[in-house]
Design a protein around this ligand. Structure first.
Ligand code: NAP
Length: 435
């Protein structure tokens, strides 16, 4: 019997479990350990609440959990409740699928002002992550600056721009829906340090901005290269740029929408100003060098704004004793191998890139490595060892069956038309399994 522990119950963790189940059949025992009492990681608290079709992939992960040889072990923190070393004593392979839940820091003066928020916190807030439920972002000002030109920046802009009606059918949590109902935001500026051909936004997500009830995207045609140059882009990128161009081609028909989402390209934030709270962001115009890197031109201007949300990427939190690559914010690894018996997969391995689907080949590839390294297993104790240790330490795990009870309770308390109303508090989640 092979014993595998997977740390993290997001897409990378579940695809790895699925692959191990398919590869080893009854000859494997898998524990998926998560510090939260609820599974699915990024699917639950990262994917935007108005993108329910993407969230539906959790049904596939649920099937993985129905097999007897896969267990969800929620509410157990690796690092404090149990160490990686201890897990390595019990399991043939320990796979870190911990994602990249921490914000990459915005390293400019003023980043400590109230109202400067990282996307992990903001996204976690509207998605009901227990760590960020009390964020209380300032929504009473008229203007917000969003830093970054990736899909997370798009998610954040769209959520800030939507009407209550447009959240119908979503599982945005009540505290965020209520706060957004009072929002006074009228101007959302997306600051991209490079140009339209260097965005990291995918076409479907960008296209959505052209169909919002009360908001309209605004681009400056002067920022664009000749249209003929689009032919050199790879097809997905070309589609995205075509959407961007359509925003100025359709500008006239969208004019009556009161909220603007301004794409400010070649715009590098250099300082945030304010007396305790954000009041302005100072931006430097950039141009691209021959390697398509942004370089400042020296020309600076200020934008009034009352909140700054930086969407500039994420980092994997280090775990004591596990080799870590500080520059890239992920575990030090060679194609997923960290140390003998210790692996990483998904964002913890490659950094925060790609779609949910990218994790599938990643997980399946991981299991091939494990197979190569551990063969038929090394007669380790597996989950019995973990259970014994948890009993000694009075750590009570949340099981998949418990999660299904929590989920039932979330569905039962949903507002009309919504799939669920998430619990945002760990104690509430745990209490709900008794319901
Ligand atoms: P991302 O795609 O890497 O984009 C980060 C953006 O931040 C880039 O535009 C980057 O510009 C900019 N940036 C980085 N450092 C900066 C700095 N110091 N100052 C100004 N700008 C800076 O990251 P993400 O948006 O966080 O997304 C993470 C991953 O999740 C991506 O793979 C994304 O596609 C995926 N995702 C997908 C969806 C979806 O499919 N619906 C939704 C959300 C996220 P440069 O290019 O100049 O470095």
């Amino acid at each position: 019997m092979r014993h595998i522990a997977i740390i993290g119950s997001g897409p990378a963790g579940y695809y790895t479990a699925e692959a191990a189940q398919k590869k080893f059949g009854d000859e494997v025992c898998i524990d998926i350990i998560d510090r939260l009492p609820v599974p699915f990681g990024l699917i639950r608290t990262g994917v935007a609440p108005d993108h329910q079709s993407i969230k539906a992939v959790s049904r596939r992960y649920e099937k993985t959990n129905l097999g007897d040889n896969v267990r969800f072990v929620g509410n157990v923190s690796v690092g404090s409740d149990v160490s990686v070393d201890e897990l390595q004593g019990f399991y043939d392979a320990v796979v870190l699928a911990t994602g990249a839940p921490n914000d990459r820091k915005l390293e400019i003066p003023g980043n400590e002002l109230s109202g400067v928020i990282g996307s992990a916190a903001f996204v976690g807030w509207y998605n009901g992550h227990p760590d960020f439920k009390d964020l209380n972002p300032p929504l009473a000002g008229k203007s917000v600056a969003i830093i970054g030109n990736g899909n997370v920046a798009l998610d954040v802009a769209r959520i800030l721009a939507k009407t209550q009606n447009e959240f119908r059918g979503s599982d945005i949590v009540a505290h965020a829906l209520d706060a957004l109902a009072q929002s006074k935001i009228r101007k959302i500026t997306l600051l991209g340090r490079r140009g339209p051909h260097q965005i990291a936004m995918t076409p479907k997500e960008l296209g959505e901005l052209g169909h919002l009830e009360k908001a309209r995207p605004v681009v400056d045609p002067l920022d664009f290269p000749d249209e003929g140059d689009d032919a050199m882009l790879e097809p997905g990128m070309r589609k995205s740029v075509t959407h961007l161009r359509s925003f100025y081609q359709r500008a006239g028909e969208l004019l009556d929408k009161p909220i603007t989402i301004d794409f400010d390209f070649f715009a590098m934030p250099v300082e945030i100003k304010g007396d305790g709270e954000v009041e302005q962001i100072v931006v430097e115009r950039t141009e691209l060098d021959k390697d398509m890197r942004s370089i400042g031109t020296g020309e600076r201007y200020e934008l009034d704004c009352q909140m700054v949300i930086s969407c500039i990427g994420y980092r994997t939190p280090p775990i004591e004793g596990v080799p870590y690559e500080h520059g890239r914010g992920r575990f030090a690894n060679t194609e997923g191998r960290i140390l003998p018996g210790l692996y990483c997969v998904g964002w913890a391995k490659r950094g925060p890139s790609g779609t949910i689907g990218t994790n599938k080949p990643d997980g399946f590839g991981m299991v091939e490595l494990i197979d190569e390294d551990i063969g038929a297993g090394d007669q380790k104790e597996g989950r019995k060892g973990l259970d014994r240790l948890m009993a000694e330490r009075n750590v009570e795990a949340v099981t998949f069956r418990d999660w299904k009870k929590i989920e039932e309770a979330e569905i039962a308390r949903a507002r009309a038309g919504a799939p669920r109303e998430k619990f945002t508090d760990i104690a509430e989640m745990i209490a709900a399994r008794e319901s």
